[in-house]
Design a protein around this ligand. Sequence first.
Ligand SMILES: [Zn+2]
Ligand SMILES: [Zn+2]
Ligand SMILES: [Zn+2]
Length: 271
Amino acid sequence: MKDHLFTFMGTAAGCGVPSFFCDCPACTEARADPTLARGDCGVMIRRAGLPEAQTPTLLIDTPPDARHQLLREGVRHADEVLFTHCHFDHIGGLGEYEYLVGLVRGGQPLPVYASPAARDGIMAEFHYMDYCLDFTALKPFATHEFDGVRYTALPVTHAPGTYGYLIETDEVRLFYASDTGPLPPETARAVAGVDILAMDATFWKRNWNADAHHSVQECIEEGLALEANTIYLTHLCMHYDEPITYAELTDYLKRYDGRVKVALDGMTFPI
Ligand SMILES: [Zn+2]
Ligand SMILES: [Zn+2]
Ligand SMILES: [Zn+2]
């Protein structure tokens, strides 16, 4: 039985959709229809069917929009946080958790997990939170288990020490890699044939940062080559290299007969 829920908390690349400085067609579309607005990337995995206070809750990344994302999903607590890497769009909301530790957890530090390089980067930014974070450094290919779900840290092609996480329940294998260029061979082997691939699809058309990100088409091609059953596009810029609206993108994806989907903030499915 699929007794956990996977939620896209945010699905944007860096500057969000709409970006405050942008009036492209994608940003105009998202201003008119807030269900198409995107905050920076993060996901949440929770047990299904329990009262809120007893629901084991793990988050991957703490994007700058974390507070709004947690409010939107009705989340009242968090048990653990895993980090993909230490760029602003993935850690900028960590400060919100200082209040959680002080006011809800009775001062008990929050368990957090990251690569050694990401941990160092996070602590350089959030040195004043040293007392409220209980850091565990995850080595590449290490597996961390929480509430019966296994999270394996797999190296990806981005900043040093960036991970994607292979998330496994008894029912589902899912690979979440919000920021990556072409997957390293060992990581590709480890995630071949996953049920669900949720991966970086930053650019539309030309990819001018191909060592660190995918374009929509590169994400789809790599996902199909991995024989992923379902591919979710996430970390979507929607502005660059050319703007594309949600309506245009979903229309374009019809050729894949439902196998390729566009992640949206708040989208949830059982795993
Ligand atoms: Zn825009
Ligand atoms: Zn990054
Ligand atoms: Zn990012």
